[in-house]
Each structure stands twice: as C-alpha cells, then as structure tokens.
Ligand binder design. Sequence first.
Ligand SMILES: Cc1ncc(COP(=O)(O)O)c(C=O)c1O
Length: 387
Amino acid sequence: MDHVMNTYSRQGVSIARGKGCLVWDETGRQYLDMVSGIAVCNLGHAHSAVVQALKDQAEKLFHCSNLYGIPQQETLGRMIGENSFPSRVFFCNSGAEANEAAIKLARRFCNARGKRGSFIITCDGSFHGRTLATMAATGQTKFRKGYDPIPAGFLTVPYGDIPALKAAVTDEVGAVMLEPIQGEGGVNIPPQGYLKQVRELCDDLGLLLVLDEVQTGMARTGKMFAYLHEGITPDIMTLAKALGNGFPVGAAVARPEVAEAFTPGSHASTFGGNPLAMACAIATVSTMVKDDIPGQAARRGAYLKESLEGLKGTHPALREVRGRGLMVGADFESDISFFPQAGIEHGILLNVIQGRILRLVPPLVISTQEIDQAVETIHTILREKGL
Ligand SMILES: Cc1ncc(COP(=O)(O)O)c(C=O)c1O
C-alpha cells in the first residue's frame, strides 16, 4: 500500500465479507475466522440484530454532538450497569480511549481527594493501548521504542505477584490498573485468588482498582465481564472491542462516587456515544443477554481447550493450553510465526502473539463442528511444519 502509513504487518488477503464465523476474501475464498477482528465480532459477523439496529439508526440520525441529549447513551449505560455494578459511564470510540478516560478519571479522583498521589501501578506484560498515556501504562517496552519522552505517572510490577505490588505502593500511588487476563501479553491467567488479593490491598490502602476489560469483556471469558469470575468489583472498568460487535465504541465505567470526579468540561469526545455506536452496542448487549452468549462462550471454550489439549500427545512442541471461555492461548516452545500465513493457505484465520502463542479468540457463536475443523487444521499445519 502506497497511500497508507506502514504501521501494520498485514497478511496478503483482504476480507470482503463475513457471516457468523466465516469470512470471504475478495476472490470469494472462504475462511474460518478464529480471530474475529481480535476479539471484536463476538456475536459473529453481520449479526442480524446488530445490522438491523444500525440500519434503523442510520435512517434516523448518524451523529449528534454531546452538546445535546443522546438518550441511547442512558439506555446503554443502564444496561452495562445491570450486567456489572452500579455505575456511570463515559462513552468513547476505542480501547485506548477508554483507558485514557479511566486514567484521567483516576487522577482527577485522587487529586481531588488529596490524600494520595495519582501514580498508577500497572503490570509487566500488560497491554492498554497505543496513545501516549496508555503506551506508558503498557508493561511491554517494545511498544515504547522511539517514543521518548514517555509520559510519567506509571509504575510497573510483575503480574500475579502480590508482594511486588505491595512493595511498589508509596504515597505517590493512587490506583492499580490491570487486565483480569492479559491478552496481548500472552493469554496470561494470574494465580488463583490474585485479583481478590489486589482488591483487598486496594481497599486497605485506599487505592482505586481499574480493570481493563477491553479484551476480556463482553462475554469473551464465559461471563459478561472477566472480573465476575473472581467475586470482586472494580472501581473503574474499561470496555471497547466487542461492545459494538465491530462498530467502534468504547466505555469507561465507574462507581458513581468515582465518576463524580468528572464534571462538565473535564473530559469529552466528539464521536463518543454517537447514536450509531449506541444502537449497535445496545443490540449487542441485549443479544448477549437474551441468547446467553456468556454461557455459550464458557461451554464452547471448554470444548476448544479440551480439543487442543488432545494435540499435545502428537505435537510435543505444544507446551500449554490455557485460557478462559473463548479466550484461549496455545503456548509452544518454539517460534510459530508461520501460523497466520499457513492458516490462510488452509482456509482459516489464525493469530500469533509473542512469537510462540496461538491466540484463539473466535466469535462466541462458533459451533462444535467449526471448533473441530479449526483444531484439525491446526494439527495439519503442525504436522506439515514438523512440530
Ligand atoms: C486489554 C486491552 N486494552 C486496550 C486495548 C487497546 O484497544 P484499541 O486498539 O481499541 O485502542 C487492547 C487492544 O488490543 C487490549 O487488548
């Protein structure tokens, strides 16, 4: 591409259309989609309820400034609260923007309280986005290369390590921000009880707990939000990716007392909470609740994990299969960066992270037959590569 900046390593196909778990390229070739736009199209491509909601809204009004009322924001805010915790929501357009809002809200809350500083502790291996602040929050140095000066205000500690977290807390620290399961960092699941201990630590020390559910949210892990597995409640939660099933929309969700730190003029977004985005997100959340998509993700995820476990005997390079719901990582002991291209040759979209982990995040409506097909194809590719 000559007219687009060179920021992505792209596979040599262009996807022209999709339905459910299938997509087709420009030549009409079909692929099974095990990526879903990186955990975005959780209801599958072109879901009828979302398409209809988008069409209906498009006929009425594309956009309206936040200078005026947008009633759909109230509807979606209520629905998010009903499925998570009593809260108020700031709507935006992406995961990075949702995390920016969370960081700004946490800082304003801490500054207003005056008791603690507003530094935020994040974790090694985390991924929070590509804006300057979310890049600074991200605990992977590779994403920061060449971008000095990096914004200040973040400290990073090992993920899953309570003593390290405790040791990092000073009077300067006002919040802890982490992913319930690290996505980009390698589908890393923290030790049992870690999130509960982080919550207790935050309560004891008066710190805010910010959970980045951009990838784990919206039924991906077998519950509507991943923190629901842990018996805790965050102070702030961020969402994006699957919230609009592919329509760009993000949200920072906060307990009402924390949300109060934002006042008119303190934060804003031209497109945030736009009627088209709200219509898609409302249709997405209602469908997820109505069709018990979290339950489906839990069942199909267990089946996918079990099927992948079955490959271990034949392919010793496959070290570990881990994940929750349909957020699954297959961890190999050697480089497997051949998978995306090999997948395309075999009619399947596959994603690799950290060079050796196959991240499987298909639409949550995937059937057991489609899972069988995916696992069989992975087996074939591994055999071809001699692994
Ligand atoms: C956990 C997490 N947070 C934030 C982001 C950034 O989201 P976006 O690319 O929509 O800015 C991502 C994207 O992969 C993510 O996985």
